[in-house]
Design a protein. Structure first.
Lengths: 116, 117
């Protein structure tokens, strides 16, 4: 069955330090992968997606994610965390080869807390 | 340019009733997607529309339905409401679908918070 795992409910990182939010997935076919961020007063926003091509995907606000097919992972990274990055982050996978309707599955979310 | 608007923002219904939620995409956007967010089930994909055609749907019962109009505005309807339908319903619009069959960058509305009593 298709699934997305975000193994950490919360990640704490000091401002200025690099951050990583982990995501692993399981699909029967080839995946499309997404990251979204939900700020308390600004709603849900799309950050980035991996469709094909370069395994390192760059997105909004200085975030990037690396697709690793062998480890079935799509971790979100940023070289230097800002307090304003504190939010809830969701990873999602879409099975491009599912035929007919393409199944879309979200992870449970990881709360990122950047400490000043 | 105005963002994605959703109406109403808040709604209280009772079990057994039906509800219709509306989403107006960003001007020029032709794709609309719907999502449900609950504390228990998290984020779940409901539907995806492009040019009045449903292109994808999630694993929800037939009580959940949607449509898209010629002006790209979309509505979703939930009939015979259950307590578990209480949720934040999010709509997102995007310009179109890329060659991959996945939407271009999505822009989300503020959501409609539905409470079923």
């Amino acid at each position: 069955a298709q699934s997305v795992a975000q193994p950490e409910d919360q990640v704490n990182v000091a401002e200025g330090n690099p951050l990583t939010v982990k995501c692993t997935y399981s699909v029967s076919g080839n995946p499309y992968l997404f990251w979204y961020v939900q700020y308390p007063n600004r709603g849900l926003q799309f950050l980035l997606k991996y469709i094909t091509g370069d395994n390192l995907v760059k997105g909004s606000y200085g975030f990037e994610a690396e697709f690793n097919k062998s480890q079935t992972s799509f971790h979100l990274k940023k070289p230097s965390a800002l307090v304003s990055d504190s939010a809830l982050y969701f990873c999602a996978v879409r099975d491009m080869n599912s035929g007919g309707y393409q199944k879309v599955t979200f992870g449970t979310g990881t709360k990122l807390q950047v400490i000043p | 340019k105005a963002g994605v608007t959703q109406t109403p923002r808040y709604l209280i219904k009772t079990r057994g009733q039906q509800v219709t939620l509306s989403c107006s995409p960003i001007s020029g956007h032709r794709s609309v997607s719907w999502y449900q967010q609950t504390p228990g089930q998290g984020l779940q994909f409901l539907f995806e529309y492009f040019s009045e055609t449903q292109r994808n749907k999630g694993n929800f019962p037939g009580r959940f339905s949607g449509r898209q109009f010629s002006n790209s505005r979309s509505e979703m309807n939930v009939s015979t409401l259950e307590l578990g339908d209480s949720a934040l319903y999010l709509c997102a619009s995007s310009l179109a679908f890329g060659a991959s069959g996945v939407q271009e960058t999505q822009y989300f509305g503020p959501g409609t918070r539905l409470l079923v009593l």
